[in-house]
Design a protein around this ligand. Sequence first.
Ligand code: NAG
Ligand code: NAG
Ligand code: NAG
Ligand code: NAG
Ligand code: NAG
Ligand code: NAG
Ligand code: NAG
Ligand code: NAG
Ligand code: NAG
Ligand code: NAG
Ligand code: NAG
Length: 359
Amino acid sequence: MRFFQIALFSFLLQCSLFFLVTCLKGRSGQTSVLVGTKLYFFGGKNLAILNVNKVVSNITNEVWYLDLSNSSLFDTATPIWYQDVGMPRGVIMATSCVSLTNNSAVFLIGGRQYLSNSNNISFNSPIFRFDLNNNSLWTIPNITNFNNTFKTRNLIQAVIDKKGKVFIFGGRSYFVNDSDNSPIMYYNDMNIVDINTMSWSTLVIPQAPKSFCYTATLLQTGLIIYIGGVDYNISSGITLVNMSEIRIFDTTNYIWFTKTASGSFIGGRIGHTAVLDQNGNIIIYGGSISIDNVDGLPSFPHLAILNTSTWVWSIPDISPSNTPNPLTFHSAAFYKNYMVIAFGKCIIIMIYFDNKNLL
Ligand SMILES: *[C@@H]1O[C@H](CO)[C@@H](O)[C@H](O)[C@H]1NC(C)=O
Ligand SMILES: *[C@@H]1O[C@H](CO)[C@@H](O)[C@H](O)[C@H]1NC(C)=O
Ligand SMILES: *[C@@H]1O[C@H](CO)[C@@H](O)[C@H](O)[C@H]1NC(C)=O
Ligand SMILES: *[C@@H]1O[C@H](CO)[C@@H](O)[C@H](O)[C@H]1NC(C)=O
Ligand SMILES: *[C@@H]1O[C@H](CO)[C@@H](O)[C@H](O)[C@H]1NC(C)=O
Ligand SMILES: *[C@@H]1O[C@H](CO)[C@@H](O)[C@H](O)[C@H]1NC(C)=O
Ligand SMILES: *[C@@H]1O[C@H](CO)[C@@H](O)[C@H](O)[C@H]1NC(C)=O
Ligand SMILES: *[C@@H]1O[C@H](CO)[C@@H](O)[C@H](O)[C@H]1NC(C)=O
Ligand SMILES: *[C@@H]1O[C@H](CO)[C@@H](O)[C@H](O)[C@H]1NC(C)=O
Ligand SMILES: *[C@@H]1O[C@H](CO)[C@@H](O)[C@H](O)[C@H]1NC(C)=O
Ligand SMILES: *[C@@H]1O[C@H](CO)[C@@H](O)[C@H](O)[C@H]1NC(C)=O
């Protein structure tokens, strides 16, 4: 049964594993949310290859969306892009979620912030609010009880529950400005923001690893499922998370636990994405095994499914035609029967140009 398909919308033109120079323009590390039929993309690293020796990149404040209701969109070669009001900063490695109750808004949370379309670090606010009703106005909400350790938190993924509570686990710190050389910090806390009141609380979870670059998926049952990414501890440094070890946070009683998944072997990864499908299973795509400052090698398999009733991993048998190249730091959304994958980096050895960009 063919129960989903992959559509690739990308600025990466004919990018293949072997021909770096054919990647003329790219974007990665953006954050994305689906609002009704509109799939929004916020920020990311904007990269242009001028010629073999000259690559320019910077962190963009641009906001773009696709309207998935237009069936012609599934001609993925020519999607129509709509640009919306830019963010107050260029942002990368952030997370976002949408609240459709009261006044609809997107909350852009954390990430590394830069002066728009530059490589100059410039932190502003840990949360930006994007008003979906009021001319796409960006505002800085006043947060009560904000935890200052979250100021530069990045490589995180938030989920929002039905009551408007946002849960953000772990992550790591970043530099507050270009001359900041303070050490990177790693966290095993759950930061919880109630968007109705904009009040903040932090729950330290001593038994949880300090972890980042995972995916987070909220199930109907109120469980948040954390998959992959890397852990940090003082003795081993940064290590890839075993994909058989599924970390779970129960939002009804605030309990953290792990489940051992069985089934197919799924390689560890960072920079992957996860979506919840119509049957309540989690589909993951992409990612790399590299944990240092190069993109490294793709993780295998590129695509896998976790059955959230049996905790069994499987690798779907899909036609190789039209499948995207292995990607990292792309974004993914589930719409109708489609997993929509956008942007990202083709996994090739491509050195970052921001020497503070550790991942
Ligand atoms: C940012 O990068 C894009 C290419 O990705 C380039 O077109 C633009 O000129 C750059 N902006 C600045 C201010 O350098
Ligand atoms: C849908 O796509 C077609 C062709 O790609 C375009 O001409 C049309 O304007 C689009 N419609 C909307 C509502 O965006
Ligand atoms: C970024 O910093 C560089 C070096 O300090 C400076 O020359 C440049 O003007 C800054 N860019 C912006 C957009 O402020
Ligand atoms: C919309 O934004 C404007 C500022 O641009 C503000 O004065 C107004 O109160 C906002 N309206 C609503 C309904 O939030
Ligand atoms: C935040 O508080 C300041 C000072 O009380 C106020 O000027 C500002 O309008 C508030 N911002 C929002 C988005 O409510
Ligand atoms: C940059 O960050 C460092 C470390 O937090 C701080 O000491 C310094 O004052 C900051 N510099 C500027 C220009 O804000
Ligand atoms: C709407 O916002 C108010 C506070 O402004 C809050 O008390 C209420 O729970 C919110 N409603 C929903 C459905 O989130
Ligand atoms: C803020 O977060 C840090 C790091 O997780 C934690 O140690 C601290 O207890 C938190 N502070 C409060 C007031 O919750
Ligand atoms: C550190 O991480 C390694 C690899 O995941 C693990 O084997 C070890 O038990 C951890 N050490 C501590 C002190 O948590
Ligand atoms: C990953 O976890 C599974 C289940 O606990 C275990 O069987 C396997 O040996 C682990 N793999 C590695 C490389 O540690
Ligand atoms: C999960 O696995 C069970 C047992 O194999 C199967 O009955 C069920 O249909 C699977 N769930 C989905 C949504 O595929």
